[in-house]
Design a protein around this ligand. Sequence first.
Ligand code: AMP
Length: 397
Amino acid sequence: MLSNIQGKRVLCRVDFNVPLNAAFEITDTTRIDRTLPTLRQLLSDGASIILMAHFGRPLKKKKDDGSIDTEKYSLIHVVPYLAKSLGREVLFCEDCIGEKAISITANLEPGQVVLLENTRFYPEEKNGDLDFAAKLAKHGDAYVNDAFGAAHRAHASTSIVANFFEPENKSFGLLMEEEIANAKKVMKNPARPCVAIFGGAKVSDKIKLIERFMDFADTIVIGGGMSYTFFKAMEGEIGRSLCEDDYVNLARDLIERAKEYGVNLLLPKDSIIADDFSNTANFKISPSGEIDEGWMGLDIGPQAIADIKASIRQAGTIIWNGPLGVFEMSNFAKGTMEIAKSIASNDGFSLVGGGDSVAAVNASGVADKIGFISTGGGALLEFLEGKSLPGIKAIES
Ligand code: AMP
């Protein structure tokens, strides 16, 4: 992180996009908690901090009259928790740019913390507008990016703003440094065997990731809704299970490529199938490629759980993204929860990312036994795919 920041105003991009309930109370503080070490270090090094962040999608979810819902999407809701966590007052600035905002941030004393209003109240944020970024940059003498969850976006506050700071005046925050180091640990010389577990609804979202992991994983587990496209590719009967017909050929290619590369592509041999997409549906165990007409696979079955656990037990490195079934419904959550617990009991290094997988790890009470829990969903996937993330590039260049 930055050194020599005594007396400097540090403009810090954080990920405060936390879930709120109807009373605007934070229901999961993880994202704020994970960035506190960075903020504490900046403060103890004698800086003042100007925080900027986005919150929800205010321009996509406008009120009926077409105006922005400035109450619902205001970052003011995080101020009490942040102030309590930092043990000091947090000033709130109702606009992230403009004269009034500048008048607040221009003369900060070391130790003072200001939170700017939601950057996404302006379309210029998502457009990566240079003038808007220049206005944001005026708030700080230095820039720190700790928002890994938004690092795959070339937005004004995550990427473009960094152009206005000299290399010696910009850096990653501690969380961002940790995220990058842990993702690299999986990608470069992972302890073997390296087991990648991918679940979720769509093959189309994970295809690049699967292709990339063919190069260095020893085992790739495909679970969740996307596994049925693979069973279709093997001429299996999948009933009404999720299937992306446009990806059947690609799934067939991947099966062939795995054989060629010597990668163990582990598909769930059996599934929990249901006669409706509902927690009250009838359900039973079935081979995954022999699903009765009208039924659908909603979770991995007991044989699949045993097979995946056997792989996990041997693994030196595990990466997991995406639930292995419809874990939101209790009857179809077992596969995901069992795999979460199994990963936690492995002695090797494990990296878990993506909202659903992280939620499963938390719900299973094993979060403290996971090597690293990433705060990035899309950002982590893109990083693992080998893409250059705008938020990272802007600091490194
Ligand atoms: P993704 O955003 O692609 O990671 O997908 C997550 C979603 O996939 C979750 O909401 C799960 O309920 C859903 N999912 C997982 N397995 C299945 C399945 N077998 N059938 C339908 N949806 C599934």
